[in-house]
Design a protein around this ligand. Structure first.
Ligand SMILES: Nc1ncnc2c1ncn2[C@@H]1O[C@H](COP(=O)(O)OP(=O)(O)OP(=O)(O)O)[C@@H](O)[C@H]1O
Ligand SMILES: [Mg+2]
Length: 372
């Protein structure tokens, strides 16, 4: 059987009827398969895939209704549309029986060949479309699987590379330190400067690697679902930040009672990153103001936000910020590795939410996130 063609099963106990049907439906795209009995039809259905069945009602041994019931019982064939053809069973009762047996149409002989042909072509088109959809779906699923595998590989690659890079880096740091300690007397100013730069660069690289490992852990960690009080978490982080720079003048406004379901460790990391950024990027303000709160969204969900009156940024970069190592502001006076917001985004996404930012240059920034 030519598998490229669309197969249609014609079932009638009279050879001349089959030939007539074949004449009407002849089409180079169709593969018309004929059989003289219900049993013959059931056998053929096991072996081949059909887009449509034209089934005579009145047949000896197993009539059309019975045949249809068997066809509908089998997993492999229950989806195949059936058009009943009959000259005798025109009583309404039979018509209902036909539909109950799983018919999609009921055509009474003598029929108009043109109408039969168009009906068949409608079902063939439906079949083609569903096959196409199946094909696209399968492809999509395969792509998703490939993506998932690639993503996991990339993740473990990042993790092991970052991990393995630490040992040679430690050697670089400690030997340049030893060089400085022991031989700095026999070096000129320039030599000492070079060594200090090597050691500084190694330290920076160490920070970047630590950042990557943190990000990787946030991606791989199992998510626990517990009740987490974001408000008291924010209070504690604010207090800790205050201790790091007691001379700064920063006012925190923290909404009370904002409790969510999520992973305590990962959500702490979200809050630390966002509040830490707000703290850092308000460092040039005489009077800094940092706010944590919740805002209802148009879809009824709640977004949480951290707002500051700091340096802000140009909205043209608003999505870039969440990329790994993406930084908009200079290392001095705003030190960092550019991994914080990437971590925030992964954690929030793993909780089924999303993160975004609103800001304008020199007029503060607001970072929002939802959790499901
Ligand atoms: N509150 C903020 N106000 C202004 N710019 C911000 C704010 N938060 C983040 N940004 C911008 O987004 C960049 C990326 O932020 P992210 O937290 O990922 O990195 P980082 O703070 O520079 O370093 P890290 O968090 O890894 O120590 C920052 O460098 C800064 O340019
Ligand atoms: Mg940060």
């Amino acid at each position: 059987m030519d598998e490229q063609k669309i197969s249609i099963l014609l079932v009638d106990d009279k050879q001349e009827n089959l030939l007539a049907l074949e004449g009407i439906l002849a089409d180079p795209d169709y593969n018309l398969v004929k059989t003289l009995s219900g049993l013959g039809a059931l056998e053929l259905i096991l072996e081949h895939e059909f887009a449509l069945i034209l089934l005579d009602v009145h047949m000896p041994v197993m009539d059309g209704f019975e045949t249809a019931k068997y066809i509908k019982k089998r997993e492999k064939s229950r989806h195949i549309p059936i058009i009943f053809l009959t000259a005798v069973s025109i009583d309404e009762k039979f018509i209902f029986e036909g539909y109950a047996a799983g018919a999609v149409d009921y055509i009474i002989k003598p029929f108009d060949p043109y109408i039969l042909k168009s009906k068949v072509s409608v079902f063939v088109e439906l079949y083609r479309q569903s096959r196409q959809l199946e094909h696209v779906n399968k492809k999509l699923q395969e792509t998703m699987k490939d993506l998932e595998v690639a993503y996991k590989e990339l993740e473990s690659f990042t993790y092991s590379v970052s991990h393995d890079l630490r040992a040679p880096l430690r050697a670089m740091s400690s030997f340049s330190q030893r060089l400085l300690d022991r031989y700095s007397g026999s070096m000129d100013e320039e030599g000492r400067d070079y060594l200090a730069r090597i050691s500084g660069a190694a330290q920076r690289m160490g920070e970047l690697i630590e950042g990557l490992l943190t990000l990787s852990r946030a991606t791989r960690a199992e998510i626990r679902r517990e009740s987490v009080d974001l408000s008291s978490l924010a209070e504690r982080i604010a207090k800790d930040l205050g201790r790091t720079h007691p001379e700064r003048n920063v006012r925190f406004t923290i909404a009370e009672g904002l409790t969510v379901q999520g992973d305590p460790g990962l959500l702490r990391s979200v809050m630390e990153n966002l509040l830490g950024n707000a703290w850092k990027f308000t460092s040039m303000r005489e009077q800094a103001h940092i706010e944590f709160g919740a805002a209802p969204q148009s879809d009824g969900k709640r977004a949480y936000f951290v707002r500051d009156n700091g340096i802000g940024f140009n909205m043209a970069h608003a999505t870039k910020l969440f990329g790994v190592f993406e930084r908009l502001h200079p290392e001095k006076p705003f030190p960092g590795t550019g991994i914080g917001l990437a971590t925030v985004q992964r954690i929030v996404q793993r909780h089924g939410g999303r993160a975004w930012a609103e800001a304008s240059e020199n007029r503060g920034a607001t970072f929002y996130f939802t959790l499901e």
